[in-house]
Design a protein around this ligand. Structure first.
Ligand code: MCA
Ligand code: AMP
Length: 492
């Protein structure tokens, strides 16, 4: 199953219907029909082909949410391109790795972000590209594709090592969206408020595809801004909202009468990407009168498990396996454990990506007997509900963005005066966790401000250690492995 026939339910069959609203540079909303999106993406496809892009070529984007991201995605699906979304908060080290590994023909970005792109990667200005595309013909241009046609390379920290590109196919995205549209009863009558970034799977694979496959209406914001949320919900009156726990925690700040009115119109609020604390689930229900549906996914697998739409949405759990997804909980040796016993979640299904880009070693390590080993640790109750309890690796999730401690530790160890370094996730009331760096240093050589400034130039802002805690030495096992749980607590 390829994507275009499913997009056509909206692009062609609902051509005259209002599809999307986005803010222009002056903050005014511009409206587009599905037919407009069809025409715009055809024009862009003509231009991209004229610039030499052909099936299987990579094209990256480094953009905030805006209509051009949708145009690129649709044109990419039409031409069989492999789109490489990159987080706008990434800086030198992350961008250098991703762009060199994916080797895209170009990266499409905006003037304010272009300066962060490594000098040896071709940059296409998004506004210039859009202006040139507008002069192209609007007739459809497409290359036949099938379920196995790669659609995107999305970089993820995985369980170990450097960030790897998960090769997600058209079939992966199609299955995921068909499953979600059906599981969550998304219909053409919905109004979806989109504030998740389109450079990650949550906003892109779930948000954009549920919108396009159902033919509902979407209002797209450049990014989530909690100070504006009350106004947004009031003005747009969404029936559908997808968010990370940090967004729901922010929404608890709204006055009770505002929350109640928003909740009355909200048919469905879905949380994912990080654990939703049970008390946030309960407070949201009390304040909004709406029960959050928590689900669990990964970049490599898209969505795996979710609480039911009709049925009990159990706080603190991620629910039951989604349609077409098989889930096993296994011990270290790969044997399936009994219900009630903790183990690693393994998944299998048409939602699971085809492997890691140019990394057969990493692919071989992550798949076993046709199952993908998620690295997530959890337990299944006798009635099937799954609760996540942690991860095999020491991944930190802050505001729904992932931080792999080792990449920061490696750079810390390169700084003058740093003898040892360990980055650990500490509890944060809004973001869930924030990173803190424990360092053993030679005081005469270590300059904390210079170290922090260097990290800022290399990494996304959410990876910046909130503090540098100095220790004499890191606690280690007899074999020399750092024991992060024995580090002294950080009190903020
Ligand atoms: C966040 N920031 C941004 C943006 N987003 N800056 C520029 N553009 C953005 N798009 C920065 C801010 O500058 C600030 O930096 C920090 O993030 C927090 O911003 P703030 O306004 O205080 O927001 P908040 O109320 O703390 O909320 C943060 C957030 C953000 C908006 C919820 O964490 C977010 O957008 N998270 C979504 C992540 C996501 O989509 N993950 C899905 C991964 P500073 O730190 O310097 O203060 S896909 C996935 O995990 C799987 C598949 C799954 O299951 O979904
Ligand atoms: P990513 O690599 O960015 O795709 O992040 C995927 C990871 O996010 C998963 O492996 C989980 O550890 C985590 N995750 C996603 N959804 C949830 C959830 N509902 N509860 C807890 N963790 C989650």
């Amino acid at each position: 199953m390829s994507l275009l026939p499913l997009f056509d339910v909206s692009l062609i069959a609902r051509a005259a219907q209002p599809a999307l609203e986005c803010e222009d540079a002056n903050g005014a909303f511009v409206n587009y029909t599905f037919g407009d999106l069809e025409a715009r993406s055809n024009q862009l496809a003509h231009l991209l082909r004229a610039r030499g892009l052909k099936s299987g070529d990579r094209l990256a984007f480094f953009l905030q949410n805006r209509i051009e991201v949708i145009d690129l995605w649709l044109a990419g699906a039409k031409l069989g391109l492999i789109i490489v979304p990159t987080n706008v908060l990434y800086r030198e080290r992350e961008l250098t790795h991703i762009l060199h590994d994916a080797a895209p023909m170009a990266v499409v970005t905006s003037r304010d972000l272009a300066g962060f792109i490594p000098g040896d990667v071709p940059v296409w200005d998004v506004d210039a590209l859009a202006a040139e595309a507008a002069a192209q013909v609007t007739t459809r241009l497409f290359v036949p594709a099938d379920a196995d046609t790669p659609m995107a390379l999305i970089y993820t920290s995985g369980t170990t090592g450097a960030s790897k590109g998960a090769v997600l196919t058209q079939g992966n995205f199609a299955t995921n969206a068909l499953t979600l549209v059906s599981a969550w009863a998304v219909s053409g009558a919905d109004r979806y408020l989109a504030a998740l970034p389109l450079f990650h799977v949550h906003g892109l694979a779930n948000g954009v595809h549920c919108w396009l496959f159902s033919g509902c209406h979407m209002r797209l914001f450049e990014r989530f801004e909690h100070a504006k949320a009350a106004q947004w919900f009031e003005d747009y009156r969404p029936t559908l909202f997808f968010g990370v726990p940090a967004m729901f925690i922010r929404l608890l700040e709204l006055p009770p009468e505002v929350a109640r009115a928003i909740g009355a119109r909200l048919r469905l609020a879905v949380s994912g990407s990080a654990p939703l604390p049970a008390e946030v689930h309960e407070k949201f229900r009390q304040r909004y009168g709406s029960v959050i549906l928590e689900r669990y996914g990964m970049t490599e697998t898209l969505m795996n498990v979710g609480n039911p739409y009709a049925g009990e949405r159990r706080p603190g759990t991620v629910g039951l396996p989604l349609a077409h997804v098989a889930v096993r909980i296994c011990d270290e040796a790969g044997a399936v454990v009994a219900d009630g016993t903790t183990g690693e979640l393994w998944v299998k299904g048409p939602n699971v990506c085809s492997g890691y880009w140019r990394r057969p070693d990493a692919t071989a390590a992550a798949w076993q007997d046709g199952w993908f080993r998620t690295g997530d640790i959890g337990v299944r109750a006798t009635d099937g509900y799954i609760t996540l309890q942690g991860r095999r690796s020491d991944l930190i999730i802050s505001g729904g963005f992932n931080i792999y401690p080792r990449e920061i530790e490696e750079v810390l160890l390169e700084q003058p005066g740093v003898r040892e370094a360990a980055v650990v996730g500490m509890p944060d009331p809004v973001r869930g966790e924030v990173p803190v760096a424990y360092v053993a240093v030679d005081a005469a050589k270590f300059d904390e401000a210079a170290t922090a400034a260097h990290l800022r130039s290399q990494f996304a802002s959410f990876k910046q250690p909130k503090a540098f805690v100095r220790v004499e030495a890191l606690p280690r096992t007899a074999l020399g492995k750092v024991q992060k749980r024995l580090l002294p607590p950080w009190t903020g």
